[in-house]
Design a protein around this ligand. Sequence first.
Ligand code: SF4
Length: 289
Amino acid sequence: MRYEGRLYRPPSEAYSLIVQATIGCSHNKCTFCSMYKEDKFRIRPTEEIIEDLLLGRKHYKKIKRVFLADGDALIIKTEELVKILQAIKNIFPECERVGIYGSPKSILLKTKEELDELRDLGLGIIYLGLESGSDKILKDIKKGVNSKEMIEAGKKIKDSNIKSSVTLISGIGGKENSIEHALESARVLNAMEPDYIGLLTLLLEEGTELYEDVKNGKFQILNPKEVLIETKNLVENLEIDNCIFRSNHASNYLSLRGTLMEDKELILKQIEEGLKYDGYDDKELYRRL
Ligand code: SF4
C-alpha cells in the first residue's frame, strides 16, 4: 500500500484496510496535537484513492472494513466521497463497514440528505474528536468549535443513522479546569448520545503549544490519581443508554470498558478500586506505552 507521512487510525480500525483519502488535518491547530504538524493538508485525487483500493484488492483476499484516513477525510466533497464509496462497494463487495474521521465543521457542512446518501453507500461510522465539552477548554486548546456545534454535529450523525465514536481527553483542562472538564464533557456527551466513547489521557508532545505552556508553568498536568478522580466525575454524570465506554488506550492509567448505562456502577467500582492503589502516584509506569 502507498502511505504518506505518519499514519493514524482509531484502535477499533486495527484490522481495517486503511486508505489515505486526505493527507494531514484540515484544522491542524489544536494546541496539544502533533499528529500532522509536518503535513500540509490536501485532499488526494479520487483516481489515486481508487488506485490504492485496487492495490488493496491485490494484497488481501477478504476486507471486512475500510478506514478512510487522514484527519477529517469527511471534508471531501460529497460527490467525490460518493465515487470513493461506490468504488469500495465494487472492489470489496464483502466490505461491511467504512469508517472515517470527521471534524465537527465538516459534519456540519454536510446536509442530512448528503449524510444519508453516504450511509446508504456504506459509511458506517464517523470518528469525532470532542476532546472536552467545556467551551473554555475548547477555546484554550484551539479546537475551532464550541460545545453547541459539537452537540449539533453529534446529533446530525445520529439523525442519519451513522454510528458515532467520540473521543475525549482526560486531563486536557489541566488541574485548574479538571472538574469543569468532567462535568461539561458529560453534559455534551449526554446531548450527543454517541454509540462509543473513547477516553484517552493527555500525552504531552514536544513541539506543541501545550508543551510550552507546561514548561512555562501556565498549565499543570494531572497526576494519575487526579486523572482517575476526573474520570469518576465524568462517569458519574454520564446518562447515555447503549453506549460503549472504553478507556483502554495505551495512554490511560487504568483500563476500563463497559456499556452504559448497565455497566456504569461497575465502571465506577473499578475506578474506586484504582483510587485505592498507592502505586499510581506520579508514575507513568502504568501506561502501556
Ligand atoms: S486533534 Fe484532530 S483536529 Fe486537532 S489538529 Fe490534531 S488531528 Fe487536527
